[in-house]
Design a protein around this ligand. Structure first.
Ligand code: AMP
Length: 225
């Protein structure tokens, strides 16, 4: 049975890190709208050129553009057996559009990663990512952090241009206003789970696997869906 999963949570909650791990272990694609936009910026496409300024201000790219990108991506063959969405949906309009796309497919499992704001700011201001493959550096990987080289591909680690204090504050504000309401949007579903993200990545990963498995049992049972 396909695993169609959304990972919700504020910026810095660890969505990308956890989605990478789970996608690798389940053999399904991680679909990160932030990564797709950063690739478009790098490639200099029209969408990328327009998105760059919005991203650097910490605001959201329009629902219309993002929904179009995700619909196209979910229609690809490799998403038929499942996917992990990271950074989408971020607004109620995006969630409603996704529900439309999911009609006739295996129901969504939604996991919210909860982390207090002070911890998010601490993580984001010190976050390093690979400028080439986009993977977040593991803060406990002393060699990567000392050499400033990616532990996965060996290329240079950088700070994301939107990981500065002013933009981080704006992104957290935008999250509270536009994205946190999604917790209420999904919380009544039997396939919604919340995990405590203020723990070590391995512990969060284990909690995430447990949450996914318990929600999958509900999907398999077909109860109240
Ligand atoms: P992320 O890598 O998920 O933190 O996303 C980086 C930036 O890309 C966000 O601050 C937004 O400007 C933009 N972005 C990513 N995903 C979305 C989305 N679903 N809706 C609107 N904007 C998005």
């Amino acid at each position: 049975m396909a695993l169609n999963l959304i990972i919700l949570g504020p910026p810095g909650a660890g969505k990308g890190t956890q989605a990478d791990r789970l996608a690798a272990s389940k053999g399904i694609p991680k679909i990160s709208t932030g990564d797709m936009l950063r690739e478009a910026v790098k490639a200099g496409t029209e969408v990328g050129l327009r998105a760059k300024a919005i991203m650097d201000r910490g605001e959201l790219v329009s629902d219309e553009v993002i929904i179009g990108i995700v619909e196209e991506r979910l229609a690809r063959a490799d998403a038929r057996n499942g996917f992990i969405l990271d950074g989408f949906p971020r607004t109620v309009a995006q969630a409603q559009a996704l529900d439309g796309v999911m009609a006739g497919r295996v129901p969504l499992i939604v996991i919210d990663i909860a982390v207090p704001e002070a911890e998010l700011v601490r993580r984001l201001t010190s976050r390093l990512v690979c400028g080439t493959c986009g993977q977040n550096a593991d803060p406990s990987d002393a060699q990567a952090v000392t050499t400033m080289r990616c532990g996965k591909c060996g290329n240079a680690l950088i700070q994301r241009s939107d990981d500065n204090e002013a933009t981080i504050r704006e992104r957290l504000k935008v999250y509270e206003k536009n994205t946190r309401p999604l917790v209420d949007y999904y919380a009544g579903r039997p396939t919604f789970r919340s995990v405590d993200g203020a723990q070590a990545p391995d512990i969060v990963a284990a909690a995430l696997v447990d949450a996914v498995e318990s929600a999958r049992a509900v999907v398999a049972g077909g109860s109240a869906l």
